[in-house]
Design a protein around this ligand. Structure first.
Ligand SMILES: [Fe+2]
Ligand SMILES: [Fe+2]
Length: 322
């Protein structure tokens, strides 16, 4: 007897978080083409070569990570979904990862010359520390049979590894510069916040079904993996930021976000750094402009849906005379 094929029924949802996440993600849908990036050119011209190098290469690194998420990450996680609605949510996430990866190219084509763009891509395709972290995650997506380890890798990428890069546009935002570039990053950050918490939540469902022996084994693996990523990230941060003197500040910020990644996975923090240790300029950049950054932190013990401002027709009037 052949097996039947079932239609997805959104009126019979097994996990309410799937539906709430779908609604949240579709409500906050955006495209890079709507942001008037060329308004940042005047600011860009005031930056010296060292700071321009940092901006360009930080975004080169972020492009590589979003490429991995869009080309392989979500396809890999989709092999282990429990509900059809979870698959639908991952389809949405995969498309948005492609939007993220593309949006850095919009930034490059606005701020950088064709030669600079070529150099940035050569750099991100070969830079050892950047390749290290990307390949560590890619290998898990590709070869790891344990679906929980794949979810850990995804949460570490999205809630931890992105933040050495996010620091730069948030710093400029806090100093009233490059605000349209920052707008794109805020939109990406808002998406990543939902992705990291949703995938972390799915991780916790599986983790809670393990025996305590298997849990502690996985926990050891998870902290060991995070620490290896942190060591590499420390060197990557020096490579990017020593020339502008921001390294220590960035390291505090990434340790704070490593703790958030652990929180998404329902685990205890590894580092002593809290939001009070992070440069307030950076925290302002996050809080004033991404009101929903933490919207999902209630998952697991009473879920709160964040509010998203609804779109107006006038939102599409960029560059038009009204
Ligand atoms: Fe992304
Ligand atoms: Fe993501």
């Amino acid at each position: 007897m052949t097996e039947n094929y079932n239609a997805i029924n959104w009126n019979a949802v097994d996990d309410a978080i799937d539906k709430a996440t779908w609604e949240k993600l579709t409500e906050q849908f955006w495209l890079d083409t709507r942001i008037p990036l060329s308004n940042d050119l005047a600011d860009w011209r005031t930056l010296d070569d060292d700071h321009r190098w940092v901006v360009g290469h930080v975004f080169g690194g972020l492009t590589l990570l979003d490429t991995l998420q869009s080309q392989e990450g979500m396809a890999s996680l989709r092999k282990n979904t429990v509900t059809m609605h979870e698959t639908a949510v991952l389809n949405n996430i995969q498309f948005m990862e492609s939007v993220h990866a593309k949006s850095y190219s919009s930034i490059f084509s606005t701020l950088n010359t064709p030669d600079e763009i070529e150099e940035i891509f050569d750099w991100s395709d070969t830079e050892e520390l950047l390749q290290n972290k990307t390949l560590k995650i890619r290998d898990i997506y590709k070869d790891e049979p344990n679906p929980l380890k794949k979810k850990i890798a995804s949460v570490f990428l999205e809630t931890f590894l992105f933040y050495s890069g996010f620091y730069t546009p948030l710093w400029y935002l806090g100093h009233n510069k490059l605000s349209n570039v920052a707008e794109i990053i805020k939109l990406i950050l808002r998406d990543e916040s939902v992705h990291g918490t949703y995938i972390g939540y799915k991780f916790q469902i599986g983790y809670n079904q393990l025996s305590s022996e298997d849990q502690s084994e996985l926990k050891d693996w998870l902290y060991d993996f995070l620490y290896k990523l942190y060591e590499n990230e420390e060197n990557y941060t020096h490579l990017l930021y020593d020339q502008v003197g921001w390294t220590e500040d960035v390291l505090t910020f990434i340790r704070y976000n490593a703790n958030k990644a652990l929180m998404n996975l329902g685990q205890d923090p590894l580092f002593p750094d809290t939001n009070e240790d992070v440069n307030p300029v950076i925290m302002n950049g996050i809080s004033t402009t991404t009101a929903n950054h933490d919207f999902f932190s209630q998952v697991g013990n009473g879920y709160l849906l964040g509010n998203v401002e609804s779109m107006q027709d006038s939102d599409y009037n960029f560059g038009k005379k009204i």
